[in-house]
Design a protein around this ligand. Structure first.
Ligand SMILES: *Cc1c(COP(=O)(O)O)cnc(C)c1O
Length: 440
């Protein structure tokens, strides 16, 4: 069994997180419940920042907040001096409401609307990561109309695709995101953007994948991007000061996953950027990265209450919990794997195999295929680990189930940061359909 961050087991044999008994949390707040170990989030943020600090490299570590977006986590991110990636007007609005420093907000997305882009100007955010030619033209129009400047990065697809345990390099990438580096699109984007009186071209951005467990892909991408920036300096006399290498650093969902320490990812990136910059006689750029999952993923644990059970003789035992694909769609969507523990029997020997089913009306609504657990009974609290990223943020109201509550724990204290949706919440946007009945 693997515990994360501040997790431990107390004298009653209960799982604790942040010094708090998880069984008590389930009693106080109900289940399903997302519990975030805020110390772990802070430690991870510092771990990514430290290597840059130690090597005196100019940098930004931006929390890719689509992984989990809420006012409270944006406040913690601000306390940890993180920058913030947002991908919609809604995330930007949340950042503004959280009082997040706007100059450190970066706006991503392959189809930002004009309304969203205008909002970015109004809030005077730090930069927009431009994805396509349509967006360049929109930004020119808006910035000229407002006579207001905006920092931009160009998102490029470097032809490096990182997969969990390997990477492939492709000539041309079949991706909906960004300008292709090889076929001339990126050069064309540069020509259209640089020198504009209001758009300030800061540099290049790429994001090569997710759940990446080695540094080769990042190194290859860094090489290609620095070479391109150096080529543009030689050809056009314009130097981009920023290199953004994206996120995708892997985390340990199960023991099949073998993540590197944040320091190792950062160290290898810095080495490559230094080497390639020196070779190209290009001044060392600022390095930006965008961890999402690796900041927040293993900081999150979901607590569920076990209800009904079913045995299919000779095949399997099902234990159903009070949530499922409505609070965590990743198993159904990508076959994502997780580990779990019975929080109120944390020391009991795991002797049985269960399939953990959700309560939603889909036969694919399973959270864990084979969970090794002690004998499970109705009323047990099942803790599912590593659910902090893309769990709550992808939650839905399917079957009109309210989204769970979210609680932060830290140093023996707990605090509700997103309240559970009630039945009343579920109908707040509904309107009646009434027709005047004429000539009956
Ligand atoms: C999703 C995303 C990230 C974060 O990815 P993780 O795998 O969660 O680290 C970073 N940058 C961009 C542009 C993204 O779309």
């Amino acid at each position: 069994m693997h515990l994360y961050g501040t997790q431990a087991i107390n004298e009653q044999g209960h799982l604790t997180i942040g010094g708090i008994d998880s069984v008590d949390l389930a009693k106080v707040y109900g289940t399903p419940l997302f519990v975030y170990d805020i110390q772990l989030f802070r430690d991870r943020a510092k771990a990514f920042q430290k290597t840059f600090e130690d090597e005196a490299i100019r940098y930004q570590v931006a929390y890719a907040s689509k992984a989990f977006s809420s006012i409270a986590i944006y406040q913690v991110a601000a306390e940890e001096n993180l920058s913030l990636d947002v991908v919609s007007g809604g995330e930007l609005y949340t950042a503004v409401k959280a009082g997040f420093p706007k100059e450190k907000v970066h706006f991503h997305g392959n189809n930002k609307s004009e309304t969203e882009l205008r909002m970015a100007f109004e809030e005077q955010i730090g930069c927009i990561v431009v994805d396509n030619f349509y967006e360049i033209e929109l930004l020119k129009k808006i910035s000229e109309e407002l006579e207001q400047s905006m920092n931009i990065l160009l998102r490029v697809t470097p032809g490096v695709e990182a997969h969990t345990h390997d990477y492939i390099t492709t000539g041309q990438e079949d991706s909906k995101f960004g300008f292709d580096l090889k076929n001339g699109q990126a050069d064309e984007a540069f020509k259209r953007a640089y020198g504009h009186s209001f758009l300030k071209l800061m540099g290049l951005h790429c994001h090569i994948g997710s759940q990446i467990f080695d540094t080769t892909g990042f190194q290859l991408a860094a090489e290609k991007l620095v070479e391109k920036m150096s080529e543009w300096e030689k050809d056009f006399g314009y130097r981009c000061p920023v290199l953004n290498l994206g996120g995708g650093f892997g985390i340990r969902y199960t023991d099949e996953d073998t993540p590197l320490e944040p320091a190792v990812y950062v160290r290898d990136m810095i080495r490559t950027v230094k080497k390639v910059s020196a070779a190209a006689d290009f001044p060392l750029p600022e390095i930006w990265i965008e961890p999402g999952r690796s900041l927040i993923g293993d900081a999150g644990t979901t607590l569920y209450t076990v209800g009904s059970m079913k045995e299919v003789p000779g095949l399997r035992k099902y234990a159903a919990v009070d949530g499922g694909m409505s609070d965590n769609i990743r198993p159904a969507l990508y076959g994502a794997k997780y580990t779990s523990l019975i929080a109120n029997k944390a020391n009991a020997e795991a002797t049985e195999l269960y399939t953990i089913a959700g309560k939603l009306c889909e036969s694919g609504d399973k959270l864990i295929d084979e969970a090794k657990l002690p004998a499970v009974e109705a009323g047990d609290i099942l803790s599912m680990f590593c659910t902090g990223a893309y769990g709550y943020s992808m939650a839905s109201n399917y079957n009109r189930i309210g989204r769970p509550a979210v609680v932060f724990v830290e140093n023996g204290e707990h605090q509700l940061v997103v309240r559970r949706e009630t039945n009343e919440d579920l109908i707040t946007h509904d309107m009646s359909y009434t027709k005047e009945v004429k000539d009956r």
